[in-house]
Design a protein around this ligand. Structure first.
Ligand SMILES: Nc1ncnc2c1ncn2[C@@H]1O[C@H](COP(=O)(O)OP(=O)(O)O)[C@@H](O)[C@H]1O
Ligand SMILES: [Mg+2]
Length: 345
C-alpha cells in the first residue's frame, strides 16, 4: 500500500497526469518491440493535451498503459504514471494493484477508442451497459441508473434517446455507436478522458460534431482530456497543449500556439510543413503544389538506434546525436524538446 501512494509534492497542483519516462515493451521470444521507450508528458487539470505522431509511434500503447488495459505480451517495464485522484492524493498507476485500478477505470479515468465495439458489448442493450457502468461505481438504484443512462444519451445528442436505450449496438450506425461509447465513458463523469483517435473512422460532419461535443463537455464538467490524433489540423482548435511522439518517445511538448509558431524539434517542424494549407499550397495559377514530406522512414521499434531515433532523417544531425538519445530538455518556459541542436531551428 505504501509504495502506491506518492507524496503530493511530486505533482504540481495544476497537473492531473504526469507520465515520466514510460517504457512499455512487447517481448516476443527473442524479439522485443520497444513500442513506448521514453514517454514523458503532462496533462493539466481542465485542459486538453493532444498527443500527435504518425501511425506506429506508440500513441495507443501509451493510452492503454495509462488505463492498464495492455494486452499480453505488453508490459510496463519502466517509468511512472502519476495521477492525482479527485481527493487530491497521488497514485502511480504503473504499480497500482489490479483491484485499485478497477476503482479508477471508468470513475476517475475513462477511455474512448477509434473502434466503438472495443468498449461496447454486442450482447447487451446500450441502456444496460451504461446502467452497469454507473452501478459499478455509485450506490444508485436500477431506476436511478436508468435515468442517468437516458440523461447521458441525451447529453451526447442521440435523437429519440428513450427508444435507443433498449437497442443493441448493431442496430445503430457507426456515428451513433461512437456517441454511445462516449456516453458510456462519461457516465461516471471521469476527471480524465483519454480519447484515442475517436473520430478517425467517421465522416467529416460527424467528426466535427463529436469534437464540438467533447469541447462542450470539457467546459461543462471541467474534464481533462488526453486527445490522441495523427491529424495536426484538428489540434489547433481542440488542444491547449501538444506532445509530439516519434518512434516511441515524446520528442517535444509545448502550449499549442507556441508549438505551431516556434517548433523546437526538427521532426515537429517537418510535420507542420506537411499540413495542407490552402494558400501556401496553391501555385499562383491555382494548381496544387506538392507537399514537402520528411525524407526517409521511421526506424522499427524492434531495432531502435542507440542515439536519437530521428538522426537518420535529421537535417541538423551531428555525430553526438548518433551515440546517445538526447534528454528531454527545456528549450523555453513550458517548452520541452529532445533535440540537442534546437537552437539552430
Ligand atoms: N500487441 C502487440 N504486440 C506487438 N507489438 C505491438 C502490439 N501492439 C502494438 N504493437 C507495436 O507497437 C508500436 C506502436 O503501436 P501503437 O501504439 O498502436 O501506435 P499508434 O497508436 O501511434 O499508431 C507498433 O509498432 C506496433 O506494431
Ligand atoms: Mg493508435
Amino acid at each position: 500500500m505504501l509504495a502506491e501512494n506518492r507524496s503530493e509534492a511530486s505533482l504540481d497542483k495544476d497537473t492531473i497526469l504526469k507520465v515520466e519516462d514510460l517504457r512499455t515493451h512487447f517481448v516476443m521470444g527473442k524479439r522485443t518491440a520497444k513500442s513506448v521507450d521514453g514517454v514523458t508528458l503532462t496533462v493539466r487539470r481542465g485542459e486538453t493535451l493532444a498527443v500527435v505522431g504518425e501511425s506506429g509511434s506508440g500513441k495507443s500503447v501509451t493510452s492503454l498503459s495509462v488505463m492498464r488495459l495492455l494486452a499480453d505480451p505488453g508490459r510496463v517495464v519502466g517509468g511512472s504514471i502519476l495521477y492525482r485522484m479527485r481527493d487530491g492524493s497521488v497514485v502511480d498507476i504503473a504499480t497500482l494493484s489490479a483491484r485499485r485500478m478497477r476503482r479508477i477505470r471508468g470513475k476517475e479515468i475513462a477511455m474512448i477508442f477509434q473502434e466503438p465495439m472495443t468498449s461496447l458489448n454486442p450482447l447487451y442493450t446500450v441502456g444496460d451497459q451504461i446502467m452497469e457502468m454507473v452501478r459499478l461505481h455509485e450506490p444508485v438504484s436500477r431506476s436511478q441508473a436508468r435515468a442517468r443512462a437516458l440523461e447521458m444519451l441525451e447529453l451526447v445528442e442521440i435523437p429519440a434517446a428513450a427508444k435507443r436505450l433498449d437497442q443493441y449496438p448493431h442496430e445503430m450506425s457507426g456515428g451513433m455507436r461512437q456517441r454511445v461509447m462516449i456516453a458510456l465513458a462519461l457516465a461516471c463523469r471521469p476527471a480524465l478522458l483519454i480519447a484515442d483517435e475517436p473520430t478517425t473512422a467517421l465522416d467529416v460532419t460527424i467528426q466535427s460534431q463529436i469534437l464540438d461535443l467533447m469541447r462542450r463537455l470539457q467546459r461543462e464538467i471541467g474534464m481533462s482530456i488526453l486527445f490522441v490524433t495523427h491529424n495536426l489540423g484538428v489540434v489547433a482548435e481542440t488542444a491547449h497543449e501538444v506532445a509530439v511522439m516519434y518512434a516511441g518517445r515524446v520528442v517535444e511538448q509545448a502550449r499549442v500556439q507556441e508549438l505551431f509558431a516556434r517548433p523546437r524539434h526538427p521532426y515537429t517542424k517537418g510535420l507542420l510543413a506537411c499540413i495542407p494549407d490552402a494558400k501556401r499550397d496553391r501555385a499562383p495559377d491555382g494548381t496544387r503544389r506538392m507537399l514537402d514530406p520528411i525524407p526517409g522512414s521511421v526506424p522499427s521499434v524492434l531495432s531502435l538506434p542507440a542515439g536519437c531515433s530521428f538522426a537518420a532523417r535529421c537535417p541538423l544531425v551531428e555525430p553526438a546525436c548518433e551515440i546517445e538519445p538526447p534528454a528531454l530538455r527545456e528549450a523555453a518556459a513550458n517548452h520541452l524538446t529532445r533535440c540537442r541542436r534546437h537552437e539552430l531551428l
